[in-house]
Design a protein around this ligand. Structure first.
Ligand code: CMP
Length: 481
């Protein structure tokens, strides 16, 4: 289509040039006849016949010069495109045409009117120039602002920009001597004067840059942040046009009235399609929520009447908790009723990945069972953390301080979102009263864990004496005989 258009234009220009050259030939060849014709029609009363003929020649030469300048521009900028691989800016092309045409026109003028004094013409035109300058103030302002935009090159054709007080956003299509032409995402063309654009801040999203977008969503307070973040991140990174070079970031923006507000930041391969991609990302979030059982928050007013702190939930409801506790090896000897009592007394806590459940050196009067997730036991050795053990679902920790009354021996940190069941001193005492054998198996485990805690240098093999020591310490602490 474009090719056919330029072919047509070439033919029209060629035909015009031939016709004008023919007319010029006639004007020179039949100059005497033309003069006679002017006299016959008494046009000499209007102006000198020689001047009229010169004027006709000037116009014809002017048209030829115009066609020549266009052909020259076509050649020069065609070569530029071949060499650089992109079109020269419109403004540069226009300036080139104007300068070359003006020079040619001056040459033609002095040829056709050899007696005219160009110097005088310029002097008299100085006043005229001032008047013209004032009249063309805006146009010239645009022109020079356009030149500075070309020199600065803050953006290029194909970049997405937001400009002006009305925040027009679109893809830059052209920068002319008068305006920046952008195509908005509603497929409208907006022209912004170069001079006004030069005064306004312009937000540029370059075509060859990884530009990011933010999409917002929320969840109910019941939905775990770690889960929501993981689910959304995985759903978004799969979406079309979301760059695989940087993993999307999902983070909490606010704890608002009706739920937790999040933002999802993702990077686009093609920024010009951000509207479609934002929409796709929102769609993916909806489906991911559905699959993961997450809920969007809507304006709610919930009246909670609770005796205990809201984050601590009495775990009295769960058959799942009884099941979990009965699977813990040290509680294996307990009867179903005893495990049930323990489950009643247990308090559920949830921790985010990286949160510390227990800090070394602090006093402690409860132990924990990992209900879901994973924790890491680590100690500080010469200022550096040493991992002692990783505990999974069904494992327990915190028993050392609980049973011996000594401070916590290690840090326990959640590796992922982790739910733990906390069992206090009173509940354990009840269990010991009815199951004295439990004390013995516990003292053995504590002995083994102590060895794990010891540095390689001072590691010792557990001796029966040590186990006996722990056993009597537990008995003393719990007041058992
Ligand atoms: P406590 O000392 O109360 O607090 C830190 C807990 O880390 C400790 O109880 C144990 O439950 C746990 N712990 C310490 N050493 C080890 C180990 N070697 N293996 C597994 N768990 C341990």
């Amino acid at each position: 289509m474009k090719r056919r258009q330029s072919k047509n234009r070439l033919i029209i220009n060629l035909v015009t040039a031939v016709v004008i050259l023919l007319l010029l030939y006639l004007a020179f060849h039949f100059q005497a006849d033309l003069k006679a014709l002017i006299l016959r029609f008494q046009l000499d009363k209007v102006a000198d016949p020689d001047q009229i003929i010169a004027g006709i020649k000037l116009v014809l030469f002017g048209i030829i010069a115009y066609i020549f300048v266009r052909a020259l521009g076509f050649l020069v900028f065609g070569m530029f495109r071949l060499r650089k691989g992109f079109d020269a800016p419109t403004l540069v092309r226009n300036v080139f045409s104007i300068v070359v045409f003006s020079l040619l026109f001056l040459l033609i003028f002095s040829f056709v009117f050899p007696k005219a004094n160009l110097g005088a013409l310029f002097t008299t035109s100085a006043i005229f120039g001032v008047i013209l300058g004032l009249a063309l103030q805006d146009t010239l302002g645009n022109f020079f602002a356009g030149i500075s935009l070309q020199a600065d090159r803050p953006f290029q054709v194909g970049d997405v920009i937001t400009v002006g007080a009305q925040r027009h956003t679109g893809v830059v299509e052209e920068i002319t001597w008068r305006a920046i032409k952008i195509r908005t995402f509603q497929n409208h063309v907006v022209l912004i004067n170069n001079s006004s654009a030069a005064k306004e801040p312009i937000e540029v999203c370059p075509r060859d840059n990884l530009n990011a977008r933010l999409v917002y969503f929320n969840t109910l307070y019941n939905d775990s942040p770690a889960k929501a973040i993981h689910v959304v991140r995985e759903a978004v990174r799969e979406a079309d046009n979301v760059s695989s070079r940087i993993t999307p970031i999902v983070r909490i923006r606010n704890l608002s009235e009706s739920g937790i507000d999040y933002e999802c930041k993702y990077w686009l391969d093609d920024y010009a399609k951000y509207n479609d991609t934002d929409a796709l990302v929102r769609q993916r979030i909806w489906y991911a929520f559905r699959r993961a059982g997450l809920n969007f928050a809507y304006p709610t007013r919930t009246l909670l009447v609770e005796r205990k702190h809201a984050t601590e939930k009495r775990a009295g409801d769960g058959g799942a908790l009884v099941e979990r506790l009965s699977a813990v090896d040290i509680f294996a000897p307990l009867s179903v009723e005893e495990t049930g009592m323990l489950a009643q007394a247990a308090v559920r806590h949830i921790f985010a990945p990286g949160e510390t459940v227990i800090r070394a050196g602090e006093p402690g009067s409860s132990m924990f069972v990992v209900h879901s997730g994973r924790v890491r036991v680590q100690v500080n050795e010469n200022g550096r953390p040493r991992i002692v053990a990783t505990l999974n679902e069904g494992d327990f920790f915190g028993e050392m301080a609980l049973f011996t009354g000594e401070p916590r021996t290690a840090n326990v940190v959640a590796l992922e979102e982790t739910e733990v069941l906390e069992i206090g001193h009173a509940a354990m005492k009840r269990v010991f009263d009815t199951n004295p054998d439990l004390v013995e198996s516990l003292s053995f485990i504590i002995g083994e864990r102590r060895q794990g805690l010891a540095t390689q240098a001072d590691a010792v093999h557990g001796t029966e004496d040590e186990s006996d020591g722990i056993l009597s310490a537990i008995k003393r602490f719990f007041g058992l005989s």
